[in-house]
Design a protein around this ligand. Structure first.
Ligand code: NAD
Length: 509
């Protein structure tokens, strides 16, 4: 089955990991082994970008920008429309590859490709809506307005857990804005990236898009470091851990470039005494165990009103007992593997730390063994009763560990929800209007995403996506997130016969 997908997507046993969109370069870096956490099998090998390859790509991208920025935005949008069509045709195969290479469930693999299609549609419309404002000048016979111009190269550094969608959020918007892109995918999921590049290359070629508009460079952390330090890249959009974001933000900041950071979350749901508990249960369980707890928006903490704590945790425990853990390509399973054995170790360490800090487990964790779990990456989703100020609870562990805690007043619950260094996604489950509105008010959630009666994960592309504090402050995808990919220019035009100065200043010769 896997061989069929690879054949369909034209992935070879050995692949170059460097492309300029229309041309694959002979990569000269080290080999990267692409393997699957589903069964531990090596899928294929990827030749990574050496520094010389990277430089070649940046030179081609720089040259391509000079041409691409001259294409009218709706014409660039037409290329993106066709990219969306190509993704539609390949949704099933690409979704399967994402599921196999990353380990998320097949439904989530398809969902990720659907997100790519959706953002293409969004970007096509956007290509006719890159609006600037017109202002009234204080001077007679003058007109003032602002316009948005492309920036140049958008560097995209992406994480393993959304191996393809994050690229499309950035690249499809950046391209309609007139930028060219250089994508460095996670070294843990290089094949999904190569598959995307193969899918869109025919579209780029058929439309005579210049070589260098949509580039791929594969490699590890050092490649990301080259991008962060490179003055030829005016905007670096980086998705990943807070540790990585601090390094990238500092390197880009040193050269006063722009960075768009999408980093870790520590997302909580408040379960009020006025919640519909049955409905809340689905949001909480999917949020905590979906993608095996490896979403930036995964639900990590439940802050539960003391009056419903017993009833709700009992429901949770019962639901966890029904979870089926196994091969994510089998649609009967709810939970797949973690990305690799290093992630399994971090999960085990976190469990040890919870116990050391005095937490107790309502549902015990553990690593699964046996014929169905040969990769060694399958773990049991678990639930621990903790205090919000435990060191381990303040930290994002990228695994299905759900922390539960009690509250008495909503103010206290909001303080707990906000009382972590991260600020990505948050939710309240309540049927009480006052509670919901307080949670959404300026004294409520401090996160970039705040929901009522839905969970923390599973955002739609139409809204701006991102978070505050250690989540990095960046916004991607919908709303006016496109502005991050452009530079604003204010223009004042004098059509009078005089040259009056602003603020009434007199200057006569
Ligand atoms: P990671 O930080 O280990 O790696 C992410 C990417 O950054 C990879 O491509 C990696 O090669 C690169 N990188 C690592 N160190 C770098 C450095 N010093 N300079 C430049 N590049 C560097 O993250 P991961 O394990 O792949 O992904 C999981 C993390 O990503 C979690 O913290 C998760 O919350 C976060 N994430 C956030 C969002 C969001 O939108 N906020 C979305 C997805 C994932």
């Amino acid at each position: 089955m896997v061989n069929d997908i690879l054949q369909q997507l034209n992935i070879k046993p050995e692949n170059s990991g460097v492309s300029t969109g229309t041309v694959w370069l002979e990569a000269t870096g080290d080999y990267l082994q692409a393997d699957s956490p589903v069964d531990g099998q090596v899928i294929s090998k990827v030749k990574t970008a050496s520094h010389k390859d990277y430089d070649t790509v940046i030179e081609k991208a720089t040259a391509a920008f000079k041409e691409w920025r001259l294409w009218p935005a709706p014409r660039r949008g037409e290329v993106v429309r066709q990219a969306g069509e190509a993704l539609r045709k390949n949704k099933e195969a690409l979704g399967r590859l994402v599921s196999y290479e990353m380990g998320k469930s097949l439904q989530e693999g398809y969902g990720e490709v659907q997100e790519m299609i959706d953002i293409c549609d969004f970007a096509v419309g956007l290509s006719r809506q890159l609006y600037g404002l017109t202002m009234h000048s204080e001077r007679p016979g003058h007109r003032m307005y602002e316009q948005w111009h492309p920036l140049g190269i958008t560097g995209i550094i992406s994480a393993f857990n959304f191996p393809v969608a994050v690229w499309s959020w950035n690249s499809m918007l950046a391209m309609v804005c007139g930028n060219v892109c250089v994508w460095k995918p996670s070294e843990k999921t290089p094949l999904s990236a190569i598959a995307c590049q193969l899918i869109i290359q025919d579209v780029l070629r058929a439309n005579n898009v210049p070589e260098g508009v949509c580039n791929l460079v594969t490699g590890g952390r050092e490649l990301g470091e080259w991008m962060a330090a490179d003055t030829r890249i005016p905007l670096v959009s980086a998705t990943g851990s807070t540790r990585m974001g601090k390094a990238v933000g500092a390197a880009v900041g040193t050269r006063l470039g722009r960075s768009l950071l999408e980093l870790g979350g520590n997302n909580a749901i408040i379960i009020s005494e006025n919640a519909d508990l049955d409905m809340s249960l689905i949001g909480c369980v999917f949020g905590a165990v979906g993608t095996a707890g490896q979403r930036c928006t995964s639900t990590r903490r439940l802050i539960i009103h003391e009056s419903v704590y017993e009833a709700f945790t009992q429901k949770l425990v019962k639901a966890y007992q029904q979870l089926r853990i196994g091969n994510p390509l089998d649609e009967n399973n709810h939970v797949g593997p973690l990305i690799d054995k290093a992630a399994v170790q971090l999960y085990q360490q976190a469990i040890t730390e919870v116990k050391a800090e005095g937490g107790s487990f309502l549902v015990e964790g553990g690593v699964l063994e046996g014929d169905n779990y040969t990769s060694g990456c399958y773990v049991k989703p678990c639930i621990a009763a903790v205090e919000n100020n435990f060191k381990i609870v303040q930290h994002e562990t990228f695994a299905p560990i759900l922390y539960v805690m009690k509250y008495k007043t909503l103010e206290e619950a909001i303080a707990m929800q906000n009382g972590v260094p991260q600020g990505l996604s948050s939710a309240i489950m309540t049927l009480n209007l006052r509670e919901a509105e307080l949670f959404l008010s300026q004294t409520g959630s401090d996160c970039g995403i705040a929901n009522v009666n839905i969970g923390t994960s599973g955002a739609e592309i139409g809204g701006a996506f991102g978070g505050e504090k250690e989540t990095g402050g960046g916004r991607e995808s919908g709303s006016d997130a496109w502005r991050a990919y452009m530079r604003r220019q204010t223009n004042t035009i004098n059509y009078s016969t005089h040259l009056p100065l602003a603020q009434g200043i007199k200057f006569d010769l």
